[in-house]
Write a protein that binds this ligand. Structure first.
Ligand SMILES: O=C(O)CCC(=O)C(=O)O
Ligand SMILES: [Fe+2]
Length: 314
């Protein structure tokens, strides 16, 4: 599949953000500028130096151990909520995934771990807990920077309170010789924002505003931050929401994970009043995220590249 290997996503180093455990104000301002620009221009960027290599490696091991479990064990993880249970689908034959809801709540990780390893797996528990805390911190930092860039600080706490999180653990097997190499079809993320990590196999591809595909290759302990549709509804189109996909190459399995922030269904997804003016007319009517997901999964929205526009575009 044709893709452009030479272009790179913006790289933002988060190690400069704190000195002696407190935020350095000038670094905050300069990183904030880069974050907002990257999300406007690309809808994504590489976030560097958020977790240590050691922590990343122990999470990579945890992922392999999880998917090596017998399928009967993996099937024990069931849920009514989309992507929280064990997912396999003939539409994406290379893909399987498992989810842990709000994984920074220790009990949620313990319950998941006990279900998968009834005799215990302390290493899995501890690495996932530490990792999830770091990812939540990164999620909050990036969003706060975007809110500040648009003078929306006063809405920040309320928006964070109406957010749920999902840690999605994913494996893609290598395709058989006559099988398609598509791991995950082209899509945008409909949630607020996603923090992705892929292992050294690579395969994540992101489309630029000029319709060129970038094959993402980032440092082993970096993340790719991806803006989702919900975020762009709040901001009435100020961000770019990139199409992305997974294309497998080679003959080894690929492991990845995503930390998804999702707006709770108890409040409507809608543009901040301040974001709508003559220059920026309203793009989407307010909607309930749970209802949108029903449309997305049941009425063929998932096949449409522009499901949100069809559902609530003005
Ligand atoms: O596996 C990946 O790297 C990407 C996953 C993804 O885009 C998604 O789950 O929405
Ligand atoms: Fe995605």
């Amino acid at each position: 599949m044709a893709s452009e290997p030479l272009m790179q996503l913006p790289v933002i180093d988060f190690s400069r953000l704190k000195t002696n455990n407190s935020y350095d104000p000038s670094s905050w301002e300069s990183i904030k500028f880069d974050v907002f620009k990257a999300l406007q221009d690309y809808g994504c960027f590489e976030a560097k130096s958020v977790v240590s290599i050691e922590l990343q490696e122990s999470v990579n091991d945890a992922l392999k151990q999880l998917f090596d479990l017998p399928v009967e064990t993996k099937l024990q993880n069931t849920s009514e909520t989309a992507f929280h249970g064990y997912v396999r689908s003939p539409k994406v034959p290379l893909y399987e995934s498992m989810g842990i809801g709000n994984p920074f709540i220790p009990e949620n990780v313990d319950n998941f771990s006990d279900l998968m390893w009834p005799h215990g797996n302390p290493k899995f528990r501890e690495s996932i807990k530490t990792y999830s805390k770091k990812l939540r911190e990164l999620d909050e930092t990036v969003k706060k920077m975007v809110f500040e860039s648009l003078d929306l600080e006063k809405y920040f706490d309320e928006q964070m309170k109406s957010t749920n999180y999902l840690l999605k653990l994913m494996k893609y097997r290598a395709p058989d010789p006559n099988e398609s190499d598509i791991g995950l079809h082209t899509h945008t993320d409909t949630n607020i924002m996603t923090i992705l990590h892929q292992d050294e196999i690579g395969g994540l591809e992101i489309q630029t505003k000029n319709d060129e595909w970038i094959r993402v290759k980032v440092s082993p302990n970096s993340f790719v931050i991806v803006a989702g549709d919900t975020f762009n509804v709040w901001l009435n189109g100020r961000l770019h929401v990139p199409f992305h996909r997974v294309v497998m190459n080679g003959n080894r399995a690929r492991y990845s994970l995503g930390f998804f922030s999702v707006q709770k269904s108890s409040s409507l997804v809608k543009a901040f009043h301040k974001m709508v003016d003559e220059e920026h007319p309203l793009l989407y009517k307010p909607f309930n995220y749970g209802e949108f997901l029903k449309f997305f999964y049941k009425e063929g929205g998932i096949q449409s590249k522009f499901a949100l526009k069809t559902y609530c575009g003005v």
